[in-house]
Design a protein around this ligand. Structure first.
Ligand code: 13P
Ligand code: SF4
Length: 303
């Protein structure tokens, strides 16, 4: 059954001149058949370098939307149009306007996990893997970081010379990985290193040996001499961690580490969107032009 679907996908890819991009949080099989698998930054960058005319984005809405904004001439398909990151909506345009009035010398720094609409009101986008570099390189003293408060606070702790204004958005998956749960897992596995995503709360991050994006976590685990790791991010990363490191052990840090939206993307839906030309991502020209500016600035500053 799985084999048949994979064959269909391979055939459709050729027919439709399509390429599949997948985030590390989607189901194992979808990562397995993807042409490119990575974190948000890698996938946004790769999306600008493709020769195929159709991109299937196995991820959540903001990822497909960003790919379309960066590639207006290409068809971008989402296997499930309802796969949406709740945090992407957790900032208000009115608040951005208010903060702009309150502070001179301000940059609105927008995590890529945001709607295209929020991007149009921002000065630069960032991902978890390039936020520190980009914020450090900005000339502005004041930084309004949207929508994720936890990532904002983590970056603020590393860039003390800037004044941060926070927004109260959060990822429910990472917020659910509590310090209490993590401490209990650490007691069970005292030799394990804790690898955490910066969307976790400050209390959870304080227990981490390494903090980084999904790609950073996978890279760190591969290079570390440790044999055991506790993973404080969405558990889709386990697929790469376990495949790449057969001699190492990986434990989950809590019980709620599944993103229900990322898991909406299935092999069947990848096939169906290619076959039926469904899940076509549309962004109006006006919105696209305005959202392209902070995204392009991110790609430039992250180099
Ligand atoms: P990465 O930037 O590590 O890919 O994270 C994306 C994301 O959705 C985290 O929850
Ligand atoms: Fe959004 Fe969190 Fe899911 Fe990432 S893991 S897509 S931030 S809800």
């Amino acid at each position: 059954m799985v084999g048949e679907i994979i064959e269909e996908i391979e055939k459709l890819k050729k027919e439709k001149d399509a390429v599949i991009l997948a985030h590390y949080y989607v189901a194992d099989w979808v990562q397995e058949i993807a042409d490119y698998v990575g974190d948000s930054y890698y996938l946004a960058k790769v999306a600008t370098e493709l020769k195929e005319s159709t991109i299937v984005f196995a991820g959540v809405s903001f990822m497909g939307e960003s790919a379309k904004i960066l590639n207006p001439e290409k068809t971008v398909l989402m296997p499930d149009m309802n796969a949406d990151c709740p945090m992407a909506h957790m900032a208000a345009v009115e608040r951005i306007e208010q903060v702009r009035k309150e502070y001179d010398d301000l940059a609105v720094v927008c995590y890529i996990n945001s709607t295209a609409e929020l991007k149009t009101h921002s000065d630069v986008c960032v991902t978890s893997s390039n936020a520190m570099k980009i914020v450090k390189s900005l000339p502005n003293k004041n930084i309004f970081f949207i929508p994720d408060e936890n990532l904002g606070r983590y970056i603020a702790s590393k860039v003390p010379d800037k004044n941060f204004i926070f927004n109260d958005g959060f990822c429910h998956v990472h917020k659910g990985i509590t310090a209490e749960q993590l401490k209990a897992v650490k007691e069970e596995h005292p030799d394990a290193e804790v690898l955490a995503h910066p969307e976790c709360t400050t209390a959870t991050l304080e227990l981490a040996d390494y903090i980084g994006s999904t790609a950073g976590i996978i890279d760190y685990a591969g290079k570390s001499d440790s044999k055991e790791f506790i993973i404080a991010t969405e558990l889709g990363v386990m697929y790469q961690l376990e495949t790449n490191n057969p001699g190492k052990k990986f434990y989950s840090a809590g019980s709620t580490q599944t993103c229900p939206n990322m898991k909406k993307v299935t092999l069947e839906k990848v096939r169906d969107c290619l076959r039926d030309n469904t899940g076509v991502v549309e962004v109006s020209d006006e919105k696209r032009a305005a959202a392209l500016k902070p995204l392009s600035r991110m790609l430039e500053l992250a180099k």
